[in-house]
Design a protein around this ligand. Structure first.
Ligand SMILES: *Cc1c(COP(=O)(O)O)cnc(C)c1O
Length: 430
């Protein structure tokens, strides 16, 4: 069984894209640890290089293990196709690359992963691209920021680090009217909790490093295409709608239809940028995805318990978890991520920067790491780590002020997590 979209999520997360190995009958997807693939003959090779036939040439472009992962993630998201790459940040560049050119801009949410804010505000300038950051709770500001040079709008479904929920329905109404694609980073929600294509997104990106792999073993990323965006409706996306000189004038959208973005991502993006995912990493991520729904249920259950406990603790100023009845995002969370608001939130600790540092240092079960979405509980003080490069104003806007720690709740026993936080808060605020 390869898994069809009519099956339930729990079935698809195990079967989509996979079949017993035709050569050996191996039940589990083999790790195809090979760089190249033998051509049947010269005509076969020519057809592959002309994109007239789909097949394997060289593992910078495609690999059978990686291909299973691509199909699995595309199916879970309800998309037409997906391209995996070497990290979440690589996926962001891979998503923007076919859309942008010098002078063009992306409108992005101020509430985003710190690394994304740095990538968008600094590094993409070297390609001649730019980003305009706005508060995505202010829909008028998002609409006003889109100009004739805007080629994409970018936000996170559940925003890292604050756990804020973006109103994807409202934002996609704006991007539809402007005829630009909405790209949603769905890393912190995963397709189990949120399916951005159902809320109007054109593209989804993932850091598969996080919940999809789920145990902190490998880095990876993925760009998923809904297949629904009309790249030819305007002249804004010539890489997809106009003849491609490197493929004898082939037009990706005309030739590949809903798979245009995916084919472009492999044939141009991976070929020339080379941000390829290796088959060993794809294997770890496939193993992780098999238990995604079970883990996400526990992440959500634990996050609810721990956030509720923290909220009533006198040593704590505020908890941002959108799953709490007190959260201004709770209603929106029920619409955007009906199975739960994830496992990530921030906590404002009394005593500010110093208390946060002591809290982080006194925990035993929680690990102080710059990661999230692991089976184990993790904690981070963004202001002294991931968000260090940002100005205090940017930190505040991103939900990462100096008195804030980010918590990624794992799948351990919730009572043990609460006891660990209790003793470390005592040490931090003594
Ligand atoms: C970690 C993360 C990224 C970057 O992914 P890497 O795999 O570390 O490159 C992007 N977006 C979000 C929301 C993340 O949590």
């Amino acid at each position: 069984m390869t898994g069809t979209p009519t099956h339930g999520f729990d079935t698809l997360q195990i079967h989509a894209g996979a079949r017993p190995d035709p050569a050996t009958g191996a039940r589990q997807t083999p790790i195809y640890q090979t760089t190249a693939y033998v051509f049947r003959d010269a005509d076969h090779a020519a057809a592959l290089f002309n994109l007239q036939e789909v097949g394997y040439i060289y593992s910078r472009l495609t690999n059978p293990t990686v291909a299973v992962l691509q199909e699995r993630i595309a199916t879970l998201e309800g998309g037409a196709g997906a391209v995996c790459c070497s990290s979440g940040h690589a996926a962001q560049i891979m998503a923007l690359f076919p859309l942008m050119s010098p002078g063009m801009n992306v409108v992005a949410s101020t509430r985003a992963y710190g690394g994304t804010i740095t990538q968008f505000s600094q590094t993409i300038k070297r390609f001649g691209w730019s980003a305009k950051f706005v508060d995505f709770d202010d829909e008028a500001a998002v609409a006003a920021a889109i100009d004739e040079n805007t080629r994409a709008v970018f936000c996170e479904s559940i925003a890292n680090p604050g756990g804020y929920i973006t109103d994807l329905d409202a934002i996609s109404a704006i991007t539809d009217a402007a005829q630009v694609p909405l790209i949603v980073d769905n890393t912190t929600a995963t397709p189990y909790l949120c399916q951005p294509f159902k809320h109007g997104a054109a593209l989804v990106v993932h850091s598969t490093t996080k919940y999809l792999t789920g145990n902190g073993t490998v880095t990876g990323g993925c760009v998923v295409d809904s297949g629904n965006f009309d790249w030819s409706a305007t002249d804004k996306f010539p890489s997809l709608s106009q003849p491609e000189p490197a493929y004898h004038g082939l037009k990706f959208h005309e030739t590949f239809g809903p798979l245009a973005f995916t084919f472009h991502g492999i044939a141009i993006g991976l070929r020339d940028l080379g941000m390829t995912l290796n088959p060993q990493a794809a294997h770890y991520t496939l193993m992780g995805i098999e238990t995604l729904s079970l883990r996400m249920e526990r992440h959500v259950e634990n996050a609810r318990k721990v956030a509720a406990w923290l909220e009533t603790d006198p040593r704590v100023e505020a908890v941002t978890y959108a799953g709490l009845p007190s959260s201004p995002y709770q209603k929106r969370a029920e619409r955007i991520c009906p199975k739960g608001a994830g496992g990530l939130f921030t906590v404002a600790v009394k005593g500010g920067y110093d208390s946060c540092v002591k809290l982080v240092e006194n925990l035993n079960i929680f690990s102080h790491v710059a990661n999230l979405g692991d089976a184990r509980s993790l904690i981070l003080h963004p202001a002294s780590t991931t968000h260090r490069q940002l100005t205090p104003e940017q930190q505040e806007a991103a939900g990462a002020a100096a008195n804030v720690v980010r918590i990624s709740i794992g799948i351990e026993d919730a009572n043990d997590l609460i006891a660990d936080l209790d003793q470390a808060l005592a040490a931090a605020t003594a």
